[in-house]
Design a protein around this ligand. Structure first.
Ligand code: GDP
Ligand code: MG
Length: 473
């Protein structure tokens, strides 16, 4: 019964979108370096190549063909209109990866958008006939890229400055955060928030707090860091409302003109800004969501980093797919119908380990309690946006052979075998952590055609698309 109602509801919303010619909004998120920019670039290149007749996304092609052969007519980029959202620079990023000395695209930390149009002949069946009647055999895909760090602000937006400060300071005093934040904690211990506000002092506190967050991330691989925009500034870097930090305040409202009053005001403005510029305006309108997870990176960074990333991801997943109970009431829920969770950079491990990688990522997001297997609103994948290695074998010192991947490290010229280690299928036991933490090697991308005519070699992007938007093609 539920299935019946669901598909009726789905048909209705699909019909509504057709009549109103509304694009399907597919958002891509993930913590920084999880692979969002590379993922979107490869996805677009492979969709455009499929539109030109290349077999770049076989699973999606198969899904389209189920409604009749040769239905896919064309896929094109929709020219930028007068959107207020920065455009995702697809051509620029492709060009960088396709250069004779290939580079990965530069770091980006803001919302970006790009739109594709898929021209698909109507299938037989009721929806297809409606499509034929309305004369719109088109599916517009609006693709958006935004930092996952922003979602970590959601719990904070409901808190008062003093509650948030108390929680944040308590967390900062735990190891290993306390090492990264030593200078800030020393500063915070001497701050009397009831004193008259001194802007130079507050700016110093802000700078020390931001440095502490950056060190937590860069040196310890920690990820549960608030506020998210302190690490992903976007364009609003220099506005004074950003200049705050967590501080012990006395109970009750701080006296006007005090340090406590100014910090509270800035904190409240930050929250209002986050709502107005992202949650109320964009986040609420997403139809489908892709969440990228650098599971291997978290594993390599050691136990504290892994567990902190897990904490951050479980929170993000709960906001996106855990039902509305977890979301602040002012948001009024999300419109997200399907979510795909993706362990990225799966080309860092040989094929034999990729199922484990998917299972580990699934374990990390803690959705087992709310989502039964078979629920098609949530899917889990291990994928590589740009396959930069080949599978192979390498002899071990003890004589036996191990599956490895062969790749060229960025900046080197020689291919070498790499073995990241075993990938567990759930949170590793205590004795897994050897204490030897390392960074995953950055490999040189493979030769790519700068016009993207043949797409980009990937692993699993087609299955992600099929699970996420297969009901709409
Ligand atoms: N080998 C490999 N490396 C990848 C892949 N995707 C991303 N990377 C690496 O991860 C880095 C971060 O990716 P990026 O898309 O910039 O992450 P973002 O911060 O989430 O946008 C890149 O510079 C690459 O070195 C992939 O599919 N394979
Ligand atoms: Mg990026």
């Amino acid at each position: 019964m539920r299935g019946l109602l669901n598909s009726a509801g789905r048909a209705w919303s699909a019909l509504d979108d057709l009549v109103n010619d509304r694009p399907l909004r597919v958002a891509v998120t993930g913590l920084s370096r999880s692979g969002k920019t590379v993922f979107l670039t490869s996805l677009i290149a492979n969709l455009l190549a499929m539109g030109a007749g290349r077999a770049t996304l076989p699973a999606l092609q198969k899904r389209i063909d189920e409604g009749g052969k040769e239905r896919l007519r064309n896929i094109r980029l929709v020219p930028a209109g007068a959107s207020t959202i920065p455009r995702f620079d697809y051509a620029g990023k492709l060009f960088k990866m396709a250069a004779t000395q290939p580079k990965w695209p530069a770091r980006t930390e803001d919302l970006a958008e790009i739109e594709l149009e898929l021209e698909i002949q109507p299938a037989s069946g009721i929806l297809g006939q409606i499509r034929a009647l309305t004369g719109t055999p088109r599916l517009r895909l609006e693709l958006l890229d935004y930092p996952g760090e922003w979602l970590l602000d959601l719990p904070m937006l409901d808190q008062s400055f003093s509650t948030w400060s108390a929680e944040t300071l308590a967390r900062l005093r735990e190891k290993p955060r306390s090492d990264a934040a030593a200078e800030f904690l020393e500063f915070a211990a001497h701050i009397d928030a009831s004193r008259v506000a001194d802007d130079a002092l507050i700016q110093r506190g802000h700078r020390l707090y931001k440095e502490a967050l950056e060190r937590c991330r860069a040196e310890y691989g920690l990820r549960y860091l608030q506020p998210g925009r302190f690490l992903t500034m976007g364009a609003r870097n220099d506005a004074p409302f950003m200049w705050f930090f967590p501080a012990e305040t006395l109970a009750g409202s701080p006296s006007p003109g005090s340090i406590g009053a100014l910090l509270t005001q800035r904190f409240d403005t930050y929250n209002a800004e986050a709502r107005a510029t992202f949650f109320d305006t964009h986040f609420k309108k997403f139809d489908r969501q892709i969440v990228l997870v650098d599971t291997l990176g978290a594993l390599a960074a050691g136990r504290a980093a892994y567990e902190d990333t897990e904490h951050a991801l479980a929170d993000i997943a709960a906001c996106l797919a855990g039902g509305n109970a977890i979301l602040p009431r002012w948001l009024g829920g999300t419109g997200i119908e399907r979510v795909a969770f993706v362990a990225t950079k799966a080309d860092h491990v040989p094929e034999l380990h990729r199922d484990n990688l998917r299972a580990l990522m699934r374990d990390m997001v803690h959705l087992a309690a709310t989502h039964a297997p078979g629920d098609d609103s949530v899917s889990f994948h291990a994928a590589a946006s740009v396959v930069s290695t080949t599978d192979g074998w390498a002899d071990q010192p003890d004589g036996h052979r191990e599956p490895v991947v062969w790749g060229t490290k960025l900046g080197e010229t020689q291919k070498r075998p790499y073995r990241v280690g075993n990938v567990p299928i759930s949170r590793p036991p205590e004795n897994f952590w050897s204490g030897r933490y390392f960074e995953l090697p950055a490999f040189t991308p493979p030769p790519i055609d700068p016009h993207g005519a043949n797409g980009i070699p990937h692993l699993g992007l087609d299955r992600i698309l099929t699970d996420l938007i297969g009901d709409r093609v």
